[in-house]
Design a protein around this ligand. Structure first.
Ligand code: GLU
Length: 393
């Protein structure tokens, strides 16, 4: 039987990161010795005090529905975090807790977009952004920023992309997949453009804020341009900072009216996020930042090993990045040398020949590149470089 599916399904592509993760896990289950550098999630365990808080919540019977928009305790912890770490002030009606940062973003898009609304997305982008926009009936407008401009768009590019139909501008810094982070001055320049176009809302995806090794501390666009506070939605979560990807807790902070609309969408779709994960997230967000430092130090050490190691592979061109746990080398010359069609074929080739799983650049909006997630041990990284080198030579 052939089913007539909704147009929104037909116009969107499946998540490249999720699909490749499934395929890689299947190959590993079949006994293949695959090194998985494809999925973007910390290889560290969730801190013990966070696990203990979840166990205590179960034992205390906190196993029922919570408020749709999150428990008062978690919302307070989020407000405290945003004030303490980001110098941003919010009230409880400006916060929505959801099932991961991805869910927070989906809620925002569902709450804001009408058919034909344009959403400006710098490429390379996280694979899901344009597809989530399409599912919400919007039109993605892509601005490309390749390695020659350090994967960062300029104010002039942003200005050029804005039309009367522009509803939203999405920014992710530090970036998945490039690891690039905008400086304060660069954010001010983008902010000045946005100030000239008051109809444009801003979604700042700050999931990787703590995984950063620049001399400057983390800033988002609202810090750089406080006049944008009213029309910015700040997205964050516990997945990356506290190694809690499976717990599925993300949150959004923004204008009360927008948060209310997002809460309506969530209340009709998923209800509250998991009560136990919310209790664990309170412990995470209220904890001292020293829990994060060993993870960040390890990512930096791996980054410092990987960049020169990748640049020694013929046909690879990799820049030093500012944060996250991704590298996004240009591999056009390696693809040409091997006589392959494109980065998709190259990723397939490396999976089969080198048994290293990587996500090609095309689903991130930048063909000719490939993403390395270095959230894995140094031994596996060294072995992956050895294998890729042998497969490319
Ligand atoms: N953030 C992770 C990645 O980019 C996985 C999450 C996802 O794509 O759903 O690989």
């Amino acid at each position: 039987m052939s089913y007539k599916l909704a147009d929104r399904v037909l116009r969107a592509k499946p998540s490249a990161t999720n699909m490749l993760d499934k395929r890689t896990k299947e190959l590993i289950a079949q006994g293949r010795d695959i090194i998985a550098l494809n999925y973007g999630e910390p290889d560290f365990d969730t801190p013990p005090h966070v696990k203990q808080a979840a166990i205590a919540a179960i034992e205390a019977g906190k196993t029922k529905y919570t408020q749709v928009d999150g428990t008062p305790e978690l919302k307070q912890a989020i407000i405290g975090k945003l004030q303490r770490e980001n110098n941003l002030t919010y009230e409880a009606n400006q916060i929505l807790v959801s099932c991961g940062g991805k869910h927070s973003i989906a809620n925002a898009l569902q709450a804001l977009l009408n058919v034909g609304d344009e959403v400006i997305i710098p490429a390379p982008f996280w694979v899901s952004y344009p597809e989530m926009v399409r599912i919400a009936d919007g039109t993605p407008v892509i601005i490309s920023a390749d390695i020659t401009q350090n994967f960062k768009i300029t104010a002039a590019q942003l200005e050029k992309a804005i039309t009367p139909k522009t509803k939203l501008f999405m920014l992710n810094s530090p970036s998945n997949p490039s690891g690039a982070a905008y400086t304060h001055a660069e954010l001010v320049a983008l902010g000045e453009v946005l100030l000239r176009h008051p109809q444009v809302l801003i979604l700042s995806d700050d999931l990787y804020e703590h995984i950063l090794w620049t001399a400057e501390p983390f800033h988002n666009i609202v810090n750089a341009c406080p006049a944008l506070y009213e029309r910015s939605i700040v997205i964050n979560g516990v997945s990356k900072a506290y190694a809690m990807t499976g717990w599925r807790i993300g949150y959004a902070a923004g204008a009360a009216e927008i948060i209310k609309a997002m809460t309506l969408i969530q209340s009709q779709a998923t209800s509250c996020p998991c009560s136990i994960s919310q209790a664990a997230s309170v412990a995470a967000l209220n904890s001292d930042r020293h829990w994060m430092q060993p993870m960040v130090d390890a990512y930096k050490e791996r980054h410092d090993y990987m960049v020169p190691a990748l640049n020694e592979i013929p046909g690879f061109n990799c820049r030093y990045s500012e944060g996250a746990f991704y590298l996004f080398p240009n591999v056009e010359q390696a693809i040409a040398k091997l006589g392959l069609a494109d980065d998709m074929a190259f990723a397939d080739y490396l999976l089969n020949k080198a048994e290293v799983s990587l996500v090609p650049g095309t689903p991130f909006g930048l063909p000719g590149y490939i993403r390395f997630s270095y959230a894995t041990s140094m031994e596996l990284l060294q072995e992956s470089v050895r294998r890729i080198r042998a497969a490319v030579l």
